[in-house]
Design a protein around this ligand. Structure first.
Ligand code: SF4
Length: 255
């Protein structure tokens, strides 16, 4: 039975079942709910089509187990929950609410997260961290928070807005960590990323219970192994839990 908070409408790009391809939970089976639309423009963005509005939400069953289906946007959260429950099965670990940027549709994101929590499905919430106030509302329903940190060199927003973006991201990580949510802070490493940038970031994360993931860019600007070791060492001087993890779903050839 679908329970409360699920009548909001929103724009989704896709719902599918796959493996988590990033961070410490890599390889965990998840049902992904991907919202359409994003408020940033990162130089390394590998999913530009999800930054735009989407006409349809595609529902993709696991390979070879069923046809692709489409629903016109906007869709309701209760419809999305039915699809999530249809894809949920043995071995499922959690529901990944991702984007685009889910917090561009805050009421819809809250309806999805609370709907999953009401069904007893753990929520893995991915955000670019650009709105700490919107994120804070969702914390009671989140089990895992994966918050991106955009470095100045990522050119995610105009230069005069970067400090505000960065402070919001730190505030999201701080809020999730203090609330006891398993918190993952992720930053993409480019060949141009400097140890000074990473040190400045790590000073702000000191004392927080979280894992810092340094994720090498996979396309343009991909860093070499020496850069990864240098930046991991710089971060490890200040933080206890720092890992370098590439995007594994691309290696597996899954969504
Ligand atoms: S926040 Fe994510 S979806 Fe948005 S532009 Fe950056 S990488 Fe792309």
């Amino acid at each position: 039975m679908i329970r409360r908070h699920t009548d909001e409408v929103g724009v989704l790009a896709e719902i599918f079942s796959s493996f988590q391809g990033e961070g410490p939970l890599v390889g965990k089976r998840q049902v992904f709910v991907r919202t359409a639309g994003c408020n940033l423009s990162c130089s390394y963005c590998d999913s530009p089509r999800f930054r735009r509005e989407a006409k349809f939400c595609e529902v993709l069953s696991p390979p070879a187990s069923g046809p692709l289906r489409r629903a016109d946007n906007p869709v309701t959260a209760s419809w999305a929950m039915k699809e999530v429950l249809g894809l949920w099965g043995r071995g499922s670990h959690s529901v990944s609410i991702t984007g685009g940027e889910p917090l561009c549709q805050p009421d819809f994101a809250a309806a999805l997260a609370s709907g999953c929590a009401a069904e007893g499905l753990p929520v893995y919430f991915e955000t670019n961290g650009s709105s700490a106030s919107r994120f804070r509302r969702l914390i009671p329903w989140i089990d895992f928070a994966a918050v991106d940190i955009k470095l100045q060199s990522h050119h995610s927003c105009p230069p005069d807005r970067w400090s505000r973006l960065f402070e919001n991201e730190i505030s999201c990580i701080d809020g999730a960590s203090r609330a006891g949510v398993a918190t993952i802070a992720k930053t993409v490493i480019l060949d141009a990323t400097t140890p000074e940038e990473i040190e400045r970031l790590c000073h702000r994360l000191e004392g927080l219970e979280m894992t810092l993931v340094l994720q090498p860019a996979s396309g343009r600007g991909k860093p070499g192994p020496e850069k990864l070791i240098l930046l991991h060492q710089a971060a490890s001087e200040l933080l206890g839990d720092v890992v370098v993890i590439p995007q594994a779903h691309k290696m597996m050839g899954v969504l």
